[in-house]
Design a protein around this ligand. Structure first.
Ligand SMILES: O=C(O)CCC(=O)C(=O)O
Length: 293
């Protein structure tokens, strides 16, 4: 039995699929996740898998796929690059998402009986990247509603909050807010601008007004967070590339909700999911974990 949570979080949640054992997310960790909307799981990912993901990052930077944001193509500094929805075509990302244990971690933290994959998101900030990750909530970008929707963000390089790691407004997932998405780069502007709604507060301009919690991370650490929590990150003030892989998970209360201004990666035309219903589309949103499995 592998224990994850609080003081006892060990290395190696993620390992060879043939040796997967049960993950017991402690009550304490799940309680903190419910209250704060975010928890860090140190040493969550096996280093060999991190090495594989870094190789994927190199390949994607050299030959970007379809769903890319890139502020400075080809540059080795000052470049914010993200790509998503790699799992259908990339074996490493598919294994990471569906066989490593991240799905179970997401499901158990959310208190759900299952976790379906929405998409994977590889986020790269080259040294001296000026573009921050703007403060935002994830849920308004996505064609879903539901409280049991979260991300497992895995650091693939060391990162400090001062230089490039993530920060969160603790408890903001309970604000009952649904803020307009903000473009990470110009390529997203064409779709987020279709959203009509309240802007996210300018957390950066009034940091003292918010309960901000940030996490320094080492490669292999995971940060799990609610899709409703307000979060952001600086650019990259460091001298090394910062790489992270986020996977997005749908729990039991998720419903399909395509709307203006949401991510066009998967649309109504691409799925058998029915508006207002749980998205039991095994092709687009594969089941990563079920409590009975
Ligand atoms: O890695 C980052 O800078 C942003 C990550 C993020 O916002 C997310 O995974 O939702």
């Amino acid at each position: 039995m592998l224990l994850v949570g609080g003081e006892v979080a060990p290395a190696g949640i993620l390992r060879d699929a043939r040796t997967v054992t049960a993950i017991d997310v402690s009550d304490e960790l799940a309680t903190t996740f419910a209250a704060d909307g975010v928890v860090k799981i140190p040493g969550a990912v096996d280093p060999s898998l991190i090495t594989e993901i870094l190789a994927v990052a190199d390949a994607e930077l050299n030959d970007p796929g379809a769903w890319v944001t890139d502020t400075n193509p080809g540059a080795t500094t000052n470049r914010l690059f993200t790509t998503r929805y790699l799992w259908p075509t990339n074996d490493t990302i598919r294994r990471f998402a569906l066989e490593s244990g991240v799905a179970e971690l997401a499901g158990r933290l959310m208190g759900a009986s299952s976790a379906r994959l929405y998409f994977d998101h590889l986020l790269i900030k080259e040294p001296q990247t000026a573009n921050p990750t703007p403060w935002h909530q994830d849920i308004p970008y996505w064609p879903f509603l539901g409280k049991q929707i979260c991300s497992i963000w895995v650091a693939c390089s060391d990162a400090t909050v001062d230089e490039s790691s993530l920060e969160f407004v603790r408890g903001s997932h309970r604000w009952d807010a649904y803020y307009a998405p903000v473009a990470f780069g110009e390529s997203a502007r064409e779709w987020v601008d279709d959203f009509d709604g309240e802007q996210c507060p300018d957390v950066e301009a009034a940091r003292d007004d918010f309960d901000i919690v940030g996490f320094d991370v080492e490669a292999g650490d995971a940060i799990a967070f609610s899709s409703w929590i307000v979060h952001g990150a600086p650019g990259n003030a460091g001298s090394k590339r910062r790489v992270a892989l986020s996977t997005r998970w749908l729990g039991d209360d998720s419903t399909w909700y395509p709307h203006p201004g949401c991510d066009p990666t998967v649309t109504d035309d691409d799925t058998t999911a029915v508006v207002g219903a749980y998205p039991d589309d095994d092709v687009r949103f594969p089941l990563g974990w079920h409590a009975s499995s």
